[in-house]
Design a protein around this ligand. Sequence first.
Ligand code: NAP
Length: 241
Amino acid sequence: MEKKVALVTGASRGIGKACALELADAGYDVVINYVSSEAPALAVVEEIKAKGVNAKAVKFDVSDKDEVAQGIAAILEEFGRIDVLVNNAGITRDNLIIRMDDAAWEAVINTNLNSVFYVTKPVVKAMMKQRSGAIINMASICGVYGNAGQTNYSSAKAGVIGFTKALAKEVASRGITVNAVAPGFIATDMTHDLDKDKIAENIPLKRLGEVDDIAKTVRFLAEDGKYITSQVISVDGGLTI
Ligand code: NAP
């Protein structure tokens, strides 16, 4: 049987790393994208290889169109196919709008939204030739409900949700599913400085999410959710009910 291949952007740590490990458990060869954390990315590669599947770390800045184009071309050249794409890389640059400078706006829109277009376009082209594939975009509940201090981030994630729904309609006839996962508060570097006890009080399930809560949802969408497309799956401990 032909090997199946997954690409996870921003997989050196946090949610992306957990998704990469989970997809490796499901038998995928996994490409680990990162931008600065080389040693952690290489450690993820070793952890995945120990599971008996192939892995490779590929450095590119998802917000740089040319770097992405070269990176994806190299991955397709070496692995021959991409069956699952997880658009996960993301950043925050929080501030109230009156204090938000152009750089904070542009960095978040470029890294969290424009990146999804740059990465998905060449990947979906390959998937269309394969006539199969699963694309999973990491959105956020902020993209549905908004969050004060995050106009940049909420806009980018809302854009990712619109992108997901439009692309799902374009490529369904080629056997490709496109879905978004909308995490609530997940314990990673991104949420490290927040008051977790206070946040947990307002979450119906009374805890922050773990990276595995997201990774298992991603694995489900990639492996078992073959009749699910264009959906936004909230994984937020009930925060938005
Ligand atoms: P994280 O722990 O801060 O990790 C971010 C990852 O993205 C790292 O692997 C980082 O690579 C990579 N990355 C950042 N900028 C990049 C770029 N320009 N090019 C390539 N890779 C880049 O974040 P996380 O909490 O796991 O979040 C992952 C995703 O989930 C993000 O899209 C985030 O918006 C979303 N999310 C998170 C939460 C949460 O509560 N944590 C909630 C909702 C949504 P390096 O290590 O090389 O810098």
